[in-house]
Design a protein around this ligand. Structure first.
Ligand code: FAD
Length: 341
C-alpha cells in the first residue's frame, strides 16, 4: 500500500497539534488539514491559552492528568528554547484566590505545574475579599502566534493545508484512508453529536503591561491572564448560547470584576472584546469509529470536546489521537495484505 492518506478536519489548536503528532509518528503518511477557518478565525484564537486544566466529569482523572502532563512537558521544553518567543509560549506566575477554602485543597494538577503552594498571609493581603489562595507557576500560550507557529511547523513537515468546509465526513472517503475529526464545536453539525454543547465565553484583550502575574478567582469566572502582546480579562460561561456577538453590559461587568481583583487595571488601554464557543461535553470524544455504507468502510478518529481546557490538554489528546490513527493504519495494512493473498 502507498503511504496512507490522512485528512484532519479542523485547524484550531486540536486539529493542528493532532496533524503534527500524526506527521511525526507516521512519516510515511501523507497528512492534509482541511478546515473552513484558520487562525485568526477559530475559537482557539479567542482563548487565553493558560495551562490550568478544566475537569471533564466523565473522563478518569488519571487520564486527564496524563494529558495535562504531556502538554505541560512539551510546552515547557518550547518555553526553554530559542523558539519560545515566536511560538508565543512563556512561563507565568500568579495566584488562584478563594473567598472560602475550596473542598479540594490540592487540585489533581498541583504537582504538574511548578512550585504549587498555599499563599502566605502577606500575599493574601493583596486580596482583601479572599481568605485562601494558591500560588504557582504555569505556562501560557499567546494563542494566535502559537497557532501560526504550529502551521509553520506543519508546512515544514510537508503537511498540506486547504480551506474547505466538510459537510459530511463520508465525502472524504474517495480521497483519504483515515479521517480525523477535530472540528471543535463544528462537530455538533458535522457528526450530529448532541452531547456536544457550546459554552459561550466573552473576554477582553487589553494593554496593561505593568500587570505581570496572573490572578484567577477560584470559581474560574473572573481572571486576569497576562500574555506577551496583551492581557486577557475574563470572563463568562454561558451554557448552550451560540451567540458570537459581544455584549456591552457583559464587557462592563468583566472589567469591573477584574478591577476589583487588580485595581490598577482601571488604567488599561486599547480594550478589544472577543467571544468564543467552548466545545463542551461530559468527556472528550477521543475514539475510533468505522463508518460504513453499502459494504464500503471509512476509518475515523474523533478528537474533539475539550471544552474550557483545550490548550491545557492539547498535546496529550493529540498524541492519543495519533496513536489511534496508527491503529487504523495497521488495520488497513493488515486488510490490504490479506486481500493480496
Ligand atoms: P476550534 O478552535 O474551534 O477549531 C475547530 C476547527 O474546526 C476550526 O478551524 C473550524 O473552522 C473547523 N471546522 C469546524 N467545522 C468544520 C467543518 N464542517 N468543515 C471544516 N472545518 C470545520 N482553554 C485552555 O486550556 N486555557 C484557557 O485559558 C482557555 N481560555 C478560553 C477562553 C475563552 C473565552 C474560550 C472561548 C475558550 C478558552 N479555552 C481555554 C478553551 C479552548 O479555546 C478550546 O478548548 C479550544 O480552542 C478548542 O480547540 P478546537 O481546535 O477543538 O476548536
Amino acid at each position: 500500500m502507498a503511504g496512507p492518506k490522512v485528512a484532519v478536519v479542523g485547524a484550531g489548536v486540536i486539529g493542528l497539534s493532532t496533524a503534527l503528532c500524526i506527521a511525526e509518528t507516521c512519516p510515511s503518511c501523507s497528512v492534509t488539514v482541511l478546515s473552513d477557518q484558520f487562525s485568526p478565525n477559530t475559537t482557539s484564537d479567542v482563548a487565553a491559552g493558560m495551562l490550568i486544566p478544566h475537569t471533564y466529569p466523565d473522563t478518569p482523572i488519571h487520564v486527564q492528568k496524563q494529558w495535562f502532563k504531556e502538554t505541560f512537558t512539551n510546552l515547557f521544553a518550547i518555553s526553554n528554547s530559542a523558539e519560545a518567543s515566536e511560538a508565543g509560549i512563556h512561563l507565568v506566575s500568579g495566584w488562584q484566590v478563594f473567598r472560602n477554602a475550596p473542598k479540594e485543597e490540592l487540585p489533581f494538577w498541583s504537582d504538574v505545574v511548578l512550585g504549587f503552594r498555599q499563599m502566605s498571609e502577606e500575599e493574601l493581603r493583596k486580596f482583601p475579599q479572599h481568605r485562601f489562595g494558591q500560588a504557582f507557576t504555569t505556562l501560557k500560550c499567546d494563542c494566535p502566534p502559537y497557532l501560526l507557529w504550529l502551521e509553520k511547523r506543519l508546512k515544514a513537515t510537508g503537511v498540506q493545508m486547504h480551506t474547505r468546509k466538510v459537510a459530511d465526513l463520508w465525502e472524504l472517503r474517495s480521497e483519504y484512508d483515515v479521517v480525523v475529526n477535530c472540528a471543535g464545536i463544528g462537530a455538533h453539525q458535522l457528526v450530529g453529536d448532541m452531547e456536544l454543547f457550546p459554552v459561550r465565553g466573552q473576554v477582553l484583550k487589553v494593554h496593561a503591561p505593568w500587570v505581570k502575574n496572573f490572578i484567577r478567582d477560584g470559581d474560574g469566572l473572573t481572571y486576569i491572564y497576562p500574555g506577551v502582546q496583551s492581557i486577557t480579562l475574563g470572563g463568562t460561561r454561558e451554557k448552550d448560547s451560540w451567540n458570537l456577538s459581544p455584549d456591552p453590559d457583559t464587557t462592563k461587568d468583566i472589567f469591573e470584576r477584574c478591577c476589583s481583583l487588580e485595581p490598577s487595571l482601571r488604567g488599561a488601554q486599547d480594550i478589544k472584546v472577543k467571544v468564543g464557543l467552548r466545545p463542551s461535553r461530559q468527556s472528550v470524544r477521543l475514539q475510533r469509529e468505522v463508518l460504513s455504507q453499502g459494504g464500503v468502510k471509512l476509518l475515523v478518529v474523533h478528537n474533539y470536546g475539550q471544552g474550557a481546557g483545550g490548550f491545557s490538554v492539547h498535546m496529550g489528546t493529540a498524541k492519543e489521537a495519533a496513536r489511534l490513527v496508527g491503529e487504523c493504519i495497521a488495520a488497513l495494512q493488515g486488510s490490504s495484505s490479506r486481500a493480496k493473498l
